[in-house]
Design a protein around this ligand. Structure first.
Ligand code: MN
Length: 314
């Protein structure tokens, strides 16, 4: 992602229309390739929608058949100003970072890497993976008073589950329906993996101070007049206190949200900052082997930074 995408037009338009609950904006996710050719959906950032609350990046990968010895391979690369949130529905990934952490991640476990002012990591399918891969990776922009802090890595083997039999909700991050995720985040937000186990209508409480985004991960879901399929992000502006989902077959969807992020962020490649000078400094530090430390154990090359050409995509 080496273009800068401007970003609040969709939210502004909803606000200008006096939207207080009704409107849902359907936005096609972009199909793009990860380093080694895996096709994925990138549902954030999109043109006109850079952030949903503090969430600034959302990749949906798979379900993929992964050949033995193949799979995801993303070599060491740097991050600043964000947290990465990795959540799998199927398969396994192996995380290594410049703090020296090596962590296998399985479905139902949350990987949360906080970059602060600089961390590097690699992400790959383990050599003995099970052959299928399906999941999401999200980034959360760090607020001003945390973004230059120390890097850290947290792995949560279990998360709160809201089990209503017809509906199972994995609380990835933040607070929802009286429960709190242990995931260490620095802004108000919510992240839910909603499994629609039974068919019919399901109701989910929302915080009306939050804007939200819904992305179908499996199957098909309807909300009011909208048929929601994989590959489209549905943006829900601030002001909505309930989500009503209908499904004719089992389905699964990711819901993210938060109050509109107070800062204007500058996002380029794997870096989240505020000014072009910060991006330039981080890029050059990575290229010259400073600041980010070393990822050991990854069998492959570190990823070189693209040239930083500061211009907004119109
Ligand atoms: Mn990364």
């Amino acid at each position: 992602m080496s273009d800068l995408i401007p970003g609040r037009e969709i939210a502004r338009q909803c606000q200008a229309q006096g939207n207080d609950s009704g409107d849902v904006v359907a936005l096609p996710a972009r199909q793009t390739q990860l380093g080694n050719g895996l096709m994925i959906y990138r549902a954030l950032p999109l043109v006109g929608l850079q952030l949903i609350g503090p969430w600034c990046f959302l990749d949906h990968f798979g379900p993929l058949d992964v050949r033995p010895g193949a799979g995801l391979r993303v070599g060491p690369h740097p991050h600043i100003g964000l947290q990465t949130v990795t959540w799998l529905l199927t398969g396994e990934l192996l995380h290594r970072d410049s703090l020296g952490m090596t962590q296998r991640i399985l479905p139902g476990q949350l990987n949360l890497m906080t970059s602060g002012n600089g961390i590097a990591h690699s992400e790959e399918s383990p050599a003995d993976h099970a052959g299928r891969l399906h999941g999401v990776q999200l980034w959360v922009a760090l607020p001003e008073d945390e973004r230059l802090g120390e890097p850290r890595f947290d792995h949560y083997p279990e998360l709160p589950l809201i089990d209503r039999s017809a509906l199972r909700i994995n609380l990835l991050a933040g607070e929802s329906m009286g429960l709190q995720s242990p995931a260490r985040v620095f802004s108000p937000l919510v992240g839910l993996d909603i499994e629609l186990v039974d068919t019919g209508r399901h109701e989910i409480d929302l915080n009306p101070d939050y804007e939200h985004g819904l992305l179908v991960l499996e199957g098909r879901v309807a909300m009011a007049d909208h048929q929601m399929d994989i590959g489209t992000l549905f943006y829900l502006p601030v002001g909505r206190s309930r989500l009503e989902l209908d499904n004719a077959a089992p389905a699964r969807a990711l819901l993210i949200g938060g109050p509109p992020f107070p800062d204007t962020i500058l996002m380029w490649w794997n870096l989240v900052a505020r000014t072009p000078a910060e991006i330039t400094a981080a890029r050059n530090d990575w290229e010259q082997g400073r600041r980010f430390g070393t990822v050991t154990g990854y069998d492959g090359e570190r990823i070189a930074a693209p040239r930083f050409d500061y211009r907004l995509k119109s």
